[in-house]
Design a protein around this ligand. Structure first.
Ligand code: OSB
Ligand code: MG
Length: 384
């Protein structure tokens, strides 16, 4: 492994219009926001990362503003001039910042991309090089699509039909109290054989157990994160009351969280978002724990730009990822992304891992600059 020396890190806060916003139980992001991290090595290699943070707190407590502040004043200065022998040193060097996993993951991802490019490897192969030989990249990610809360069941059925026609073979529906049992019933009646799952984004409490039991009759693949975003214990009390497997998202922020959730019976399936656990070093640890316990695993998404999407597709191509992922084609999110080429859905509901070194897609500088200008134009959440 050739080491890298970090010469410079540039932070690009971006705003990009969504084709279709995603309404969840915690709200709706008005536009795609992120901090795109550009890391330049002493050899002139550029690594790209994405802190998948929203303009407002919602899915997590971090925002574009908090991430920018912490990166600019605390993370970037501690990294400039440092030589790293391998990508895992990125996690170690960022460890002094507690919590703030998406912020750390943005920088850590750029370190992984820089290592892959410096060592003339695809990111997917670099990830696999830290796993046993039978975990080589499959070169594609099996994917589905996440559908937000709609005005009616009929509108939801129409969107599902459109997504199935496009070739997505697994449908995830966002739910919230008042938008759950009737939705599942209507959608299941319209699509008796489709792989359907629900995602509550922490909208229920353990007192809702009786209510949630009604979902068991609809043959759902799983219910994602029904209870509190920081809870494991109450999920362990809910799971034995449900036939539908509980998938944890928000609650698993580290490999240790996953060990605990498995130990107490709080989890049947894991949605692993590399961003949520602080980056790819920790994501590889989480992956190993899931494989060791034969826990079904898939890779989630944070509506990433092409930078984060390429990284997630690379990770999702590892064979321990056993269920369809929340990583859809570029055109489901944006008319124009900041990277080229776009990710296009294959006929078998997969996205292909690009062939180039590192993330394997190119950041189009003019589009990045335009997206940064858009961030500063919206100006209702000043950063600094
Ligand atoms: O809970 O999985 C979630 C998007 C933003 C925040 C949280 C979630 C999501 C998604 C979308 O479900 C997944 C994607 O298509 O990127
Ligand atoms: Mg989720």
């Amino acid at each position: 492994m050739k080491p890298i020396t970090i010469a410079a890190i540039h932070l690009h806060p971006v705003a990009i219009p969504f084709v279709e916003p995603l309404r969840t139980s915690f709200g709706m992001e008005p536009f795609k926001a992120a901090i795109i991290v550009e890391l330049v090595t002493s050899e002139g290699v550029t690594g790209w990362g994405e802190a998948a943070v929203a303009p407002e707190p919602g899915y997590c407590g971090e925002t574009v503003g908090t991430a920018y502040h912490l990166m600019k004043h605390f993370l970037v200065p501690s990294l400039i001039g440092k030589t790293l022998a391998d990508p895992f040193e990125g996690r170690t060097l960022l460890h002094h910042l507690r919590d703030n996993k998406h912020t750390r993951a943005g920088i850590e991802g750029a370190i992984w991309d820089a290592f892959a490019k410096t060592n003339a490897a695809r990111l997917a192969d670099l990830f696999a090089s830290y796993l046993p030989p039978e975990h080589a990249s499959t070169n594609r990610a099996v994917v589905g699509v996440s559908i937000g809360i709609q005005p009616s069941v009929e509108a939801t059925v129409a969107i599902i039909r459109k997504r199935l026609d496009q070739g997505y073979q697994r449908i995830k529906l966002k739910i919230a109290p008042g938008w759950d049992v009737a939705l599942a019933r209507g959608v299941r009646a319209a699509f008796p054989d489709t792989m359907i799952m629900l995602d509550a984004n922490s909208a229920y409490t353990l007192q809702d157990a009786e209510h949630l039991k009604q979902l068991d009759e609809f043959n759902l693949l799983m219910i994602e994160q029904p209870l509190a975003h920081d809870d494991i214990y109450e999920h362990s009390q809910l799971q034995p009351q449900l036939k539908t497997p509980i998938c944890l998202d928000e609650s698993v922020k580290s490999a240790n969280d996953l060990r605990l959730a498995i130990q107490v019976g709080a989890i049947g399936i894991l949605n692993l978002k590399p961003a949520r656990v602080g980056g790819f070093a920790e994501a590889l640890d989480v992956y190993r724990v899931a494989v060791e316990h034969k826990l079904p695993l898939w890779i989630g998404g944070m509506l990433e730009t092409g930078v984060g999407r390429a990284q997630n597709v690379a990770f999702a191509s590892l064979p321990g990822v056993t269920l369809p992922c929340d990583i859809s084609a570029t055109d489901r999110y944006f008319t124009e992304d900041i990277t080229e080429p776009p990710f296009v859905l294959n006929a078998d509901s997969t996205l292909s891992v690009p062939n180039g070194h590192g993330i394997g897609v190119e950041v189009v500088r003019a589009r990045l600059e335009q997206a940064v200008a858009r961030w500063y134009e919206q100006n209702y959440y000043p950063i600094g």
